[in-house]
Write a protein that binds this ligand. Structure first.
Ligand code: HEM
Length: 215
């Protein structure tokens, strides 16, 4: 992905890292030209990686709803209850609170295929036959929820994340550290990365960062 992004960096002669007063002046010059929306749209692999991150690690992993009236939830396929009855919908009484498992939907093999638990950006680059109904507002991901109360900022969030990502990846190299072995996810309203044994220190993602090489 680094090569993919760096090859698309527009040319520029001005860089905060290449001036003689810069502490980075002995390093390879780093461009500060700005990517346009068209540049970002022309990065299919980067966008596939972002989509796969959103699918695999949704920051909002659960969503909550409360029925305003008696209703039924239709099921995509019948299930057997504890009493052995096969049902195709679930009755919901007014006032019932329902937890929507965003993370589970995003990894449901019925929706994403047998490799749904594998991080695979390529799935977004190969045409696939549609499975079931689309519930998510974007690319059938439930990450931004769906329906009337779905995320209003999803498109802004996508551009923001991609713009941030390409700036970071085109200017810096990232490598994992020994501490990454202790990495795990912790639900703190949203899902955050923490280190085993250091949860009280809050979100942490220890990486080794250096300036990107310019060839
Ligand atoms: C990766 C980033 C983001 C994720 C994963 C995300 C996810 C979500 C989700 C799951 C909901 C539904 C919450 C619910 O139903 O209780 C939501 C609602 C909402 N989001 Fe986002 N969001 C993101 C970024 C943003 C940004 C950048 C904005 C604004 C610029 C935004 C504005 C909103 C608003 C206004 C709602 C409430 C919509 C309503 O209730 O009608 N979101 N978001």
């Amino acid at each position: 992905m680094e090569a993919h992004i760096r090859s698309r960096r527009p040319p520029s002669s001005t860089s905060p890292f290449s001036s003689s007063s810069s502490p980075y002046s002995s390093q390879s010059p780093v461009s500060c030209a700005e990517f346009t929306v068209t540049d970002l749209e022309n990065m299919p692999y980067t966008q596939a990686v972002l989509k796969e991150i959103l699918r695999f690690h949704p920051v909002v992993f659960h969503n909550y709803r409360q029925a305003g009236r008696d209703d039924v939830i239709p099921l995509s396929k019948p299930i057997k209850t504890k009493s052995g009855k096969v049902i195709g919908e679930i009755p919901i009484a007014k006032g019932t609170r329902v937890v929507l498992a965003i993370a589970a939907y995003n990894r449901d093999p019925d929706v994403w295929g047998e490799d749904s638990h594998t991080f695979n950006p390529d799935r977004w680059l190969t045409p696939r036959s549609k499975r079931g109904s689309s519930v998510g507002v974007y690319s059938n991901l439930l990450t931004f929820s769906g329906g009337l109360r779905s995320c209003l900022g999803w498109r802004f969030a996508l551009y923001e994340m991609q713009a941030f990502l390409v700036e970071l990846v085109s200017n810096f190299e990232f490598a994992i550290t020994e501490d990454i072995k202790k990495l795990r996810r912790e639900p703190c309203i949203v899902m955050v990365p923490v280190l085993e044994g250091n949860v009280e220190k809050g979100a942490q993602l220890p990486l080794k960062i250096s300036l990107a090489r310019r060839d």
